[in-house]
Design a protein around this ligand. Structure first.
Ligand code: GLA
Length: 674
């Protein structure tokens, strides 16, 4: 589904149940002043919506929704199931989640529920149905926000039952499960389904196949809970689009491709994880992932209102940065700029978390930024109209993404526990970003003919089908770049024998027979200015040639990076973890060799992030100026922010421009005075 609202959705989580009537009135006035058009209501309001079991008290909500609507503000209505009320916990203690160490959690926070517990599922269906029946036809309803950030893992008895049922459906017989899990080792052979447990704390290491199956099961189980609520909403007759907000991975409990299939529009919450310029690459990473998951326009459901929380500290975002980052998501396909939360809480657990209306109130400088942002979003609103083919990006590089890679590398006592999937993927994306090259993320098996380069970072388990698909892609003329720890095992994390990477030896034309892990901070020289870290391999060339050779270390004189002719294309193997600056150079070279150029010539060297968003009748070049000197933009187009013709337009450091250009046309950037 292509989600096209009438304008860019602007606003955020609104929790009016915290406030008195006068504050709510002031809120609506302030929303109008800032041109806010969307509020997300009810995310954690279950105890107020259903104060006693089966007693739904929704008049207060009707009143707020009506008042918002009368003020011209639409809403996403949330089902509040991420936070069951205390009465529920007391009545159904078995519906509280159990940690892997056996501790059953109590209420007092949020996200405390056992997703497989029948009582929790029934109560969730009940509140979803009650809300849908009452508000499903409300004229202000923009869509359903089901639950919030699914992600509580449960290891308790209900989970055990559901896990066994999932395993039966997957494996059919215990024999197949025992074989897939390699249970002959350490006397783990199962003689009955009832003997199988979630990976609860045990004396030593878990069985890795059991652990990854539990992650897959948990994702499916949460998706089943989502779908039940969705079905209740549809059964009530409400056809408004539905979504749940994924938490963009810093932790990862969902298999996002399957989840995205079940969304009317994919939405995420995204919180920057660093204060410095790397936050800008993080925005791009989040935006590209989410656009790719849903294959089209998406919603930024939450971002941080005023600051960045990193390393246990709270940093304030500048006004320019708030605007640049907000437009950064829109450049990459977001139809919204929504925040957590509208008004900063006076009490409760997140009282220091930012709000669009800060503690100081609506006369503050922080709120002036929000008003400024509202004006800009209004002036660029035409970008929400997608092109007829629905494709928002012209990216010609794809990065393979799958949660299996993430979960596999979480297995304890891998040869190097410092290696994580997310770091490898993000470092790769960052390198391409720094080269000004736009990227998509790709689902294994998806159509890939539009990509000139396909990168495979640390996809450790790999099916035969995925390997064949990569091979077909290369044969047809594509360039595949595969990192260490990809294609090493089958889907059950069993290592494929005969040399690494078992699934991809033929495609890569190499056989790697041994690994050697580096010490923390140790680097290995790969020649021509490149350096590897963390991981090295003894690579034998079969049909490939060496592009870089280890200059030192255990494998001195042997290939480190190789290239193999594969049909009309080629397959490159990188047997070590490139440090970031080496990676930047390496991918910039790959881009040049593949004939890729930066989106807007001159942008990278001027410190400008340039992103092309394809629109209905034109393309939009988002110029996000992260640099520190004014730039001049030359070319034919209109800047929707300043309404100036772009030829000769000056964009000051820190500011943004959104230039409408004819399809396929571009502009040039030069530094002021150059
Ligand atoms: C999440 C939640 C919000 C809020 C923010 C704060 O994304 O959805 O309710 O807790 O984090 O960072």
């Amino acid at each position: 589904m292509t989600y096209t609202p009438s304008t860019i959705l602007f606003g955020g989580d609104y929790n009016p149940d915290q406030w008195d009537a006068a504050t709510v009135s002031e809120d609506i006035e302030l929303m109008k002043r800032a041109q806010v058009n969307t509020a997300t209501i009810g995310v954690f309001s279950w105890s107020k919506m259903e104060p006693r079991e089966g007693v739904y008290e929704l008049d207060w909500l009707a009143d707020v929704l009506d008042r918002l609507h009368a003020g011209g503000i639409g809403f996403f209505l949330a089902t509040p199931t991420a936070s069951p009320p205390p009465w529920f916990t007391v009545a159904y203690p078995d519906a509280m989640p159990v940690r892997s160490d056996g501790t059953r959690l109590s209420h007092g926070s949020r996200d405390t529920y056992a997703v497989s517990a029948p009582a929790y599922r029934a109560a969730s269906r009940g509140i979803a149905r009650a809300l849908a029946e009452r508000f499903g036809g409300h004229p202000g309803l923009r869509g359903w926000h089901i639950h919030n950030e699914y992600g509580t893992l449960d290891y308790g008895p209900h989970a055990a039952l559901a896990f066994r049922a999932w395993l039966r459906a997957k494996y059919g017989t215990l024999e197949a499960l025992n074989a897939a899990w390699w249970t002959a080792f350490w006397s783990q052979g199962y003689g009955s389904w009832d003997e199988i447990l979630p990976p609860r704390d045990t004396q030593y290491l878990h069985n890795p196949a059991q652990a990854i199956d539990f992650r897959r099961f948990s994702s499916d189980e949460m998706l089943a809970a989502y779908t039940e609520q969705f079905d209740e909403i549809r059964a009530s007759g409400s056809m408004a689009p539905a979504t749940t907000n994924f938490m963009l991975p810093t932790w990862n409990h969902l298999e996002q491709w399957a989840w995205s299939d079940a969304q009317d529009v994919v939405s995420i919450d995204h919180y920057l994880d660093s204060r410095g310029p790397d936050g800008d690459t993080h925005v791009a990473y989040g935006g590209d992932l989410t656009r790719s998951w849903g294959g089209g326009p998406w919603l930024l459901m939450e971002q941080n209102a005023t600051g960045i929380s990193a390393d246990g500290r709270w940093y304030t975002k500048s006004s320019d940065r708030t605007i640049r980052n907000s437009l950064g998501y829109i450049a990459r396909g977001s139809q919204s700029s929504l925040f957590f939360q509208w008004r900063q809480s006076a009490g409760g657990s997140e009282q220091w978390h930012g709000g669009l209306v800060p503690h100081a109130g609506g006369s503050s400088r922080a709120f002036a930024t929000i008003e400024r942002l509202g004006g800009i979003l209004n002036s660029i609103r035409e970008v929400v109209e997608p092109p007829a083919d629905g494709r928002l990006s012209d990216a010609e590089v794809g990065i393979l993404w799958h949660a299996d890679g993430w979960w596999a590398l979480e297995t304890p006592q891998m040869p190097n526990d410092a290696l994580t999937y997310s770091d490898e993927v993000r470092s790769t994306h960052r390198a391409l970003w720094r080269a000004g090259i736009e990227t998509d993320f790709v689902r294994p098996g998806a159509p890939v003919d539009r990509y000139r380069v396909l990168v495979v970072p640390c996809l450790y388990p790999m099916s035969e089908a995925t390997a064949a698909w990569l091979s077909d892609y290369a044969s047809a003329g594509g360039t595949v770049v595969v990192s260490y720890l990809s294609g090493v095992s089958d889907e059950s994390l069993q290592i494929i024998g005969g040399g690494f990477p078992g699934r991809l030896r033929d495609l890569l034309g190499i056989m790697s027979e041994q690994i050697d892990v580096l010490a923390p901070h140790e680097t290995v020289d790969l020649g021509e200015g490149l350096a590897g870290t963390e991981w090295t391999e003894r690579v034998n060339l079969l049909t490939a040639e060496a592009l870089h050779v280890y200059q030192e270390g255990s494998f001195a004189g042997l290939p480190a990076i190789t290239s193999n002719v594969a049909g009309a294309g080629r397959a490159i193997y990188v047997s070590t973890k490139l440090d970031q600056s080496s990676r930047d150079r390496f991918f910039a070279d790959i881009a040049v060799q593949a004939g890729l150029t930066e989106t807007v010539p001159g942008a990278v060297s001027a410190g400008v992030e340039a992103v092309r968003r394809r629109g209905r009748d034109a393309d939009y070049l988002f110029l996000l100026h992260h640099g520190d000197a004014p730039i001049i933009v030359d070319g034919e187009g209109v800047d929707l922010v300043s309404r100036e013709v772009s030829s000769g337009l000056t964009v000051e450091a820190g500011e943004t421009a959104v230039i409408r250009v004819d399809r396929g046309h571009t502009v040039r950037i030069r530094l002021d005075g150059a």
